[in-house]
Ligand binder design. Structure first.
Ligand code: ADP
Length: 244
């Protein structure tokens, strides 16, 4: 693999909380177009890995995006380098419209020139994001009236207008209906292409339907990695999931 522009390479990543090792020596290699699922029992360290990549918790080891080291950089710097995340509970501005939410996201960290350009109408990238997340018809509605699934899609749209090329999604389909899950999977496929999407998820049916690769964690360590079929056939993975 060469220096693909949206390439994330994690080497020897460890995170400790007061001496407790939540993540130990994790390696991950993510390529453009990957729709990688991170799975594992509660407490395995999945969210902590996402927190470390986005700079929310201090980590040791190396996390490189397109060759740029992220460990030690501040949250906003990492975001500006194109690493975006969602949280388990969608964090949109409920009183503002869908469009205003996207507008604010697009403005965050932008140059004054972009902000000026923004005044003269809707940015093309916002128009494009609206279409990608399928919320054109709801653009002028306050985000607070959106269905649960639609709020998650809006959050993903906010990452798109920030030009995130690595998207880290924490349980994006939790609480969604079957139809919303399907829609979300299709959305992730649509945005995948030239980006890298990492999904922390408990929903195994969703994983089977949409993952291009899977990393299985247990007690802070990677215990298996590969295709869905490969990890499902792995005895260590079966052991962890049977709770023996
Ligand atoms: P997962 O996302 O796989 O369920 P987490 O990454 O949330 O697991 O947690 C991994 C381990 O680290 C758990 O034992 C959890 O209790 C611990 N942990 C996570 N965040 C903190 C924190 N801020 N302080 C102390 N311990 C934490």
């Amino acid at each position: 693999a060469g220096m693909s522009s949206d390439y994330l390479q994690v080497r020897g990543l460890s995170v400790s909380f007061d001496g407790f090792k939540a993540v130990t020596d994790v390696d991950l290699t993510l390529l453009q177009g990957d729709l990688r699922f991170l799975i594992g029992p509660n407490g395995a360290g999945k969210t902590t890995i996402i927190d470390a990549i986005t700079g929310l918790v201090p980590a040791t080891g190396s996390i490189q995006k397109s060759g740029v080291e992220l460990v030690g950089k501040k949250v906003h710097r990492i975001a500006r380098l194109g690493v975006g995340r969602t949280f388990q509970t969608a964090s949109v501005f409920e009183q503002l419209t869908v469009l205003q939410n996207l507008d604010i996201a697009a403005g965050a960290g932008r140059s004054p020139m972009t902000l000026l350009r923004r005044r003269s109408g809707i940015l093309p990238e916002i128009e494009e994001a609206l279409e990608t997340i399928g919320l054109q018809g709801l653009r002028d509605k306050p985000a607070g009236v959106l269905a649960h699934g639609q709020k998650q899609w809006l959050e993903i749209g906010m990452l798109l207008v920030q030009n995130a090329s690595v998207l880290l999604l924490d349980e994006p389909v939790a609480g969604m209906s079957h139809e919303e899950r399907e829609e979300t999977g299709n959305l992730l496929r649509r945005i995948g292409g030239e980006r890298t999407v990492v999904v922390v998820e408990h929903d195994m049916d969703f994983m089977r339907a949409f993952a291009t690769s899977v990393t299985v964690l247990a007690r802070g360590k990677v215990i298996a990695e590969g295709s869905v079929a490969e990890v499902q056939a792995n005895p260590q993975v079966q052991e962890v999931y049977l709770g023996t």
